[in-house]
Design a protein around this ligand. Structure first.
Ligand SMILES: NC(=O)c1ccc[n+]([C@@H]2O[C@H](COP(=O)([O-])OP(=O)(O)OC[C@H]3O[C@@H](n4cnc5c(N)ncnc54)[C@H](O)[C@@H]3O)[C@@H](O)[C@H]2O)c1
Length: 324
């Protein structure tokens, strides 16, 4: 096993590309496997002598098997997934394929391979598997899954399959369930980039329903630091919630971005918030109890929502070429 080799699937997407950058800074060799579908952007990664990018689907058994054999990584981080909830409502099948069958395909490669000591498969899952939760409640790792959308149910299904591979085949798997990420390189159709870009372009900001739906928000770079630490301090067979404690509703987020652009960047805009018909099955609230991961890790990022949101706004403002 090459101790400084990692495979990151979905490495051209939002979280994946931030994670690739993080590992490159730590002097790792990184092999990205990405089908280059929605969410991916080739501009997300600069050329680097320690970076290899392979364009294929994680559902392809022979290519997956060949890459793992040749690259012989210390870990595989699986971030390849269809991720947009609205798209999952329109076309659930592609979510089942990538998010469930894709995961099973990698697991089958691993099951049939002689794995070296200390190898890890780390699955990046979501808080959405727990479904809607009441105010005041926080989901714990072993709470029952209750997903609402085809996206979250495909992620829940793959988590359950992963748990069965831990129990039945003793594969060295770690599952992480993270809250909503924000930061550089996110597809501009998601709430935070869309709001920033629309304000900069004087377009209105569509907000679902009353805008009161609550999410917990983590800065993507803080998430990546935690994912790195998990490689060394996480225990195989375990599931870890990854949160921040910053729970805000969508309307608060949009207003906050307006105020940052106005006060910090002196932006003038004609944009207005417009409330649009709510998404079918839209969950009202997610929030995680993340005590387990914070007890497990040695180093913790000092999370600061306001500072990270300012950094994010600055990034999109300066990278107008990123807007597709
Ligand atoms: N964004 C969030 O807030 C968030 C929160 C918690 C968990 N997650 C999870 O993190 C992972 C990454 O999310 P993201 O926001 O970076 O998504 P993203 O849509 O930005 O990136 C996903 C990447 O996976 C690739 N991909 C999709 N299907 C593939 C396939 N079959 N084979 C190979 N590549 C494929 C896409 O081309 C894209 O580059 C997902 O598994 C998601 O469920 C995301």
């Amino acid at each position: 096993m090459k101790k400084k080799n990692v495979i990151i699937t979905g490495g051209l997407g939002f979280i994946g590309s931030n994670l690739v950058e993080f590992f490159l800074k730590k002097k790792f060799k990184v092999l990205v496997i990405d089908r280059m579908t929605i969410g991916s952007n080739i501009k997300n990664l600069d050329k680097n002598k320690n970076l290899i990018i392979k364009k294929f689907d994680i559902c392809n058994y022979s290519l997956m098997s060949e890459c793992i054999k040749k690259f012989n990584p210390k870990a595989i981080y699986n971030l390849a997934a269809e991720t947009h909830v609205d798209r999952s409502i329109k076309n659930p099948k592609s979510f089942v394929k990538s998010n469930i069958l894709g995961v099973v395909n990698i697991l089958e490669v691993l099951r049939k391979k002689k794995l070296e000591h200390n190898f890890r498969f780390i699955q990046i899952s979501t808080d959405e598997v727990f479904g809607d939760i009441r105010r005041g409640k926080k989901s714990l790792e072993d709470d029952a899954y209750n997903p609402s959308s085809p996206y979250s149910s495909s992620k829940a299904a793959s988590d359950l399959i992963l748990k069965s591979y831990i129990r039945t085949y003793n594969l060295p798997i770690i599952i992480t369930n993270c809250v909503n990420n924000f930061g550089p390189k996110q597809n501009p159709e998601k709430l935070i980039p869309k709001t920033i870009i629309n304000i900069l372009e004087n377009k209105n900001i569509p907000v679902y329903g009353t805008g009161k739906n609550e999410r917990e928000w983590i800065y993507v770079k803080d998430h990546c630091k935690i994912l790195y630490e998990i490689l060394y301090y996480g225990k195989t067979g375990q599931t870890y919630n990854i949160g921040s404690g910053f729970v805000y509703n969508n309307l608060f987020i949009v207003k906050k971005i307006f105020s940052i652009l106005k006060n910090k960047f002196k932006a003038k805009t004609k944009s207005k918030i417009i409330f649009v018909k709510d998404r079918p099955g839209h969950d009202f609230r997610y929030s995680l109890n993340s005590k387990k991961i914070f007890k497990t890790l040695r180093k913790l990022p000092k999370q600061n929502f306001e500072k990270s949101l300012i950094q994010t706004v600055k990034w999109y403002k300066e990278k107008s070429s990123y807007i597709k």
